[in-house]
Write a protein that binds this ligand. Structure first.
Ligand SMILES: [Zn+2]
Ligand SMILES: [Zn+2]
Ligand SMILES: [Zn+2]
Ligand SMILES: [Zn+2]
Length: 421
């Protein structure tokens, strides 16, 4: 992963583009401005593809199937496919739990025709990252993988998950072959009837059975060009997918624990439930922690599923973090600065970005961005920041009149009713 930061792609793979024609020198003979332009355009294009008001599978149970066969030793991704995959997978797990706080993830290794669980389905990133990291030393990369065994093992657990959850499998496949004990088409059929969404990321080429698996179960298929493309392809699985047809819409019971401290008293030392039977981090007596509101078992971190009574325990900020997926900020209109300042001047005149108060200069800010709801104008940096990080329009939330209309704003009638699951 030496050149992870370097988003290079080979010319012959992306097709023939005259990128040098897009780069123009500015008045001082500098090209920096137009290079940033190209990057920002790509970012805006990706934003525009996100659509709101559709049903999403917010509570996800995802199994990652990692190929640990001989094909993963090929050094076409640096240093090898395997090391590169582990590095990206660690990043993926981190991001996954950041964006999907009430979801769970598990990792399965496919090695020498067998499948082995590396980590069980669980909702904390620490354990998975440790397990994935441990793979980098001591796993013999030999033989062929078995796609069927991997899928069957994942399905065995996913079958137990209630229907309201979005059940997914992501296969990272390095090998071109799969050595299966039975007809793999039967497994694909099973996955389809169970409503498990399977996606495959192939590190070598497009494989027919993988493509078939993805189209049948409604997942995405991707073949990787190089490490930058690999990262991009992997990270697109972070956003929650559209809810499947078979997914049930039900209300689930959740508990919101809070640390119980009685005023004036030292909190008693107690044992937590999450560490009670873990071998590598033995349970210690601690005073703080979160108590399940139903059975009073103690946990040291949230979110977690209560192992005593099965209640999903979360904190309100975890739910708030999922909210922006359902109601993304609408895409801003792109306007030429000249148009808003000279041709159709506004009252009051547009001189600054509403968010960062930067004064618009005709040389550097050729384009400005206007929110449809509050009619405020933003610079490109704020436009990208609002859509990628902040997830709420600065104008709509700070101007009292627009804030009110935001409350009153009726969502565009969605094709189906919205539901938070
Ligand atoms: Zn614990
Ligand atoms: Zn409980
Ligand atoms: Zn700005
Ligand atoms: Zn706005």
């Amino acid at each position: 992963m030496a050149d992870e930061e370097d988003p290079k792609e080979y010319r012959w793979e992306t097709g023939y583009e005259k990128t040098w024609e897009a780069i123009k020198e500015d008045d001082d003979g500098l090209i920096e401005g137009s290079v940033t332009d190209i990057i920002q355009k790509a970012k805006r294009k990706r934003q525009a593809m996100k659509r709101g008001f559709s049903k999403l599978g917010m509570m996800r149970h995802l199994y990652v199937l990692l190929d640990c066969s001989e094909a993963m030793t090929v050094p076409d991704l640096k240093p090898t496919r395997f090391i590169c995959s582990l590095k990206l997978l660690e990043l993926f797990i981190e991001e996954f739990f950041d964006q999907n706080p009430i979801s769970q993830l598990g990792v399965i290794a496919m090695k020498a025709k067998r499948a082995e669980k590396i980590s069980e389905l669980a909702g904390s990133s620490r354990k998975h990252i440790k397990a994935v990291h441990a793979l980098s030393n001591g796993v013999p990369l030999v033989g062929e993988p078995s796609l069927q065994n991997g899928l069957e093992l994942a399905l065995k657990t996913l079958r137990m998950i209630p229907q309201h959850a979005s059940r997914e499998i992501l296969v990272i496949m390095g090998s071109l072959t799969s050595c299966d004990p039975n007809d793999v088409n039967l497994t694909v059929e099973n996955l389809k009837t169970e409503g498990v969404r399977c996606s495959v990321l192939s590190l070598s080429a497009e494989i027919r059975i993988c493509k078939y698996l993805c189209t049948e179960t409604g997942g995405l298929f991707g073949a990787v060009l190089d490490d930058a493309h690999y990262k991009d392809q992997l990270l697109q699985h972070i956003d929650p997918p559209q809810a499947g047809n078979q997914q049930e819409f039900s209300l689930i019971k959740m508990g919101f624990p809070h640390g119980r401290t009685e005023s004036g008293k030292e909190p008693p030392l107690t044992m937590c439930m999450c560490h009670i039977d873990s071998a590598d981090e033995p349970a210690k007596l601690t005073s703080g922690g979160y108590h399940c509101p139903q059975c009073y078992s103690k946990y040291c971190e949230l979110p977690v599923e209560c192992s005593a009574c099965g209640l999903t325990l979360a904190s309100a900020p975890h739910l708030a973090r999922s909210y922006h997926h359902l109601f993304p900020v609408p895409h801003f209109n792109e306007l030429a600065l000249e148009q808003v300042q000279v041709q159709e001047p506004r009252d009051p005149p547009v001189t600054n970005c509403y968010a960062c108060q930067k004064t618009f200069a005709s040389g550097t800010d050729k384009m400005v961005y206007e929110c449809d709801a509050c009619k405020q104008v933003f610079c490109i940096d704020c436009d990208i920041f609002i859509h990628e990080t902040l997830h709420s329009c600065v104008g709509c939330t700070t101007i009292p009149a627009s804030a009110q209309s935001l409350q009153a704003r009726k969502p565009v009638p969605p094709p189906h009713s919205l539901s938070v699951i």
